[in-house]
Write a protein that binds this ligand. Sequence first.
Ligand code: SF4
Length: 360
Amino acid sequence: MTISMTPSTKISSINDDIKHNWTINEVNDLFNLPFNDLMFKAQTVHRQHFNANEVQVSTLLSIKTGACPEDCKYCSQSARYKTDIEKERLMEVEKVLEAAQKAKQMGSTRFCMGAAWRNPKARDMPYVLEMVKGVKELGLETCMTLGMLSEDQAHQLQSAGLDYYNHNLDTSPENYNNIITTRTFQDRLDTLDNVRSAGMKVCSGGIVGMGEGINDRASLLAQLANLKPQPESVPINMLVKMEGTPLSDVDDLDSFDFVRCIAVARIMMPKSHVRLSAGRSAMNEQMQAMCFLAGANSIFYGCKLLTAENPETNHDIALFEKLGINTETVFDNNNEQEVAKKLHTAALDKENEHLFYNAQ
Ligand code: SF4
């Protein structure tokens, strides 16, 4: 089993001494704190459970792109909207493993594979399972997002070595039907249940900036925090407006409102990794730094997030250097040795993008 931790990171069961009965009013009270008080509280909670100067780094690869039958109104991969996404069939296992190897060399500790499906078909499962096994053998943590999962599929993935399954709640139950009609909120909870029951870790978060109200943000975070156990990984996405989708011209989210979401998520889910996820390419360095200060401690490396732009890896490295941030270490208990990908110094070489690792 691969466990992501650092010597200074206190990881314990995600479930103990954690509040799971948040009401929307309580969450709104956090949102309504003066900004500086909220940031102080979030940073205080963050330091109780994590090294405040470490960020976990994942890479996300789209292993099957476009032509999705679902109608998520933010998504350029839905077959229902006229977008300029180039559809791609399920990638060959070998190509996926090549990409995973590259991600590892660039400092990622987790490799996430996403497919634009309502749910995986039986014919796809053998390939998907091969991908999990292969990525795992490279010493990376594995994560997949393939849509809804049956109990049986969850068990197959777990047996192949899948560490995390990503399935976002997206938005509040109250706002849900404004965003997706082809699957219910309960369908999402059922998939998360199947993932948990199979023994995998849960990655689940949502998207803000889709025209939702403040109460919806509070309600989404309450849903996530009241899951028992709470998700180990909580991606907070800022909507990336994709041309051709129904949400392409929704009003911009105020930057401070986004940072508040990160801070409130950190306070409510103190032991989870809160991921600063989609939308980073629209954020300047100062805003990203503020998100780290608010308790975000996970990002995606790589210039694409499925189909949305993401900052170039070398920009991330430069920002980490400015902020004195290190990437989180991964220990691989399979090999009984540290996988040793701690990024002590990130530097740019003259010719390529260049990371220097200290193998330990
Ligand atoms: S978010 Fe996922 S399920 Fe929804 S349309 Fe896009 S690819 Fe399909």
